[in-house]
Write a protein of this length. Structure first.
Length: 286
């Protein structure tokens, strides 16, 4: 074949191939080539056109991100709230914490002695009087690992403690003791002493003195009453300023008590049996 003919054929073939290539590129030639290859080889399955979509990433909402976890701080706050609810008796008594009532107590006493020939107890006299009084309520006291098991702590005072005829009630106290027990082991030196069992619900108070703690010599519930200088010798006079007598277990303090006022009655006797008393207290919250 002449040389010029071969050159024209070669040029024509190249031009045809170029057009085919351009046509394929303009109409998704790569995908067509892949499909042709897959059809030519039946052992090779067609590849998926795209990879499976991955699961969407979940982003916590602002509320979820800000929700506190169960950390020691939140657990302590929850425990404190639960203890407060228990201490308040679940009846709203915590609303009375910090309340102070002022008013007057009308007191009557029966005085006894043992001056009979056979030494038996006898009524030696009676007396009635009034005293300015206060009643303070507060958060239940805590000492060591214990907390007063009352809806509130209570402190009542009729008259000055050193005044003859004065009466004082105290529901609890924290006393300081040795930091070691008798065997030498460490103990918390803060000792909680609870004197009264207090019940309060819907404005009704029902309190009872259960332990005067006279055995521990920490007596805080008292009636200050004059004593004779010499027993059974009233002609020799009385001790000046009175003498503090510990109130006996079983003394009661009951009546109406709410956020605006108190109308209460107390009744009891002293541990030594010398004085039995009863009084009413009417006070206004300040």
């Amino acid at each position: 074949m002449p040389r010029f003919v071969r050159g024209r054929l070669t040029a024509a073939v190249c031009a045809g191939l170029l057009c085919a290539c351009l046509a394929g590129c303009g109409h998704g030639g790569a995908a067509t080539a892949d499909a042709s290859t897959a059809s030519a080889d039946p052992l090779v399955s067609a590849a998926p056109s795209s990879a499976p979509a991955s699961p969407p990433e979940v982003t916590p909402s602002v509320a979820e991100q800000s929700t506190p976890t169960d950390t020691p701080t939140t657990r302590e706050a929850t425990t404190a709230a639960a203890q407060e609810t228990v201490a308040a008796g679940g009846s709203g008594a915590s609303a009375l914490w910090g309340k102070a009532y002022t008013g007057t107590a009308s007191i009557s006493v029966d005085v006894y002695d043992y001056c009979t020939t056979d030494g038996s107890r006898r009524l030696a006299g009676s007396q009635t009087y009034s005293m300015n009084s206060t009643l303070d309520l507060g958060r239940p006291q805590a000492g060591g690992d214990q907390t007063e098991n009352n809806p509130f702590s209570m402190l009542f005072a009729a008259g000055n403690p050193a005044q003859a005829g004065a009466v004082s009630f105290r529901s609890s106290s924290v006393s300081t003791v040795s930091s070691q027990d008798l065997t030498g082991h460490y103990r918390d030196p803060n000792l909680l002493l609870t004197y009264w069992d207090i019940g309060w619900s819907d404005g009704e108070l029902n309190a009872r003195l259960t332990d005067p703690h006279d055995r521990e010599a920490v007596v805080l519930n008292l009636l200050n009453w004059p004593g004779l200088l010499v027993a059974c010798r009233s002609d020799l006079g009385q001790m000046p300023g009175g003498f503090p007598h510990a109130l006996a277990a079983g003394t009661t303090f009951t009546g109406r008590l709410d956020g605006s006022g108190a109308s209460l009655t107390a009744e009891g006797s002293t541990v030594d049996g010398v004085v039995a008393f009863k009084f009413t207290f009417d006070g206004t919250a300040s």
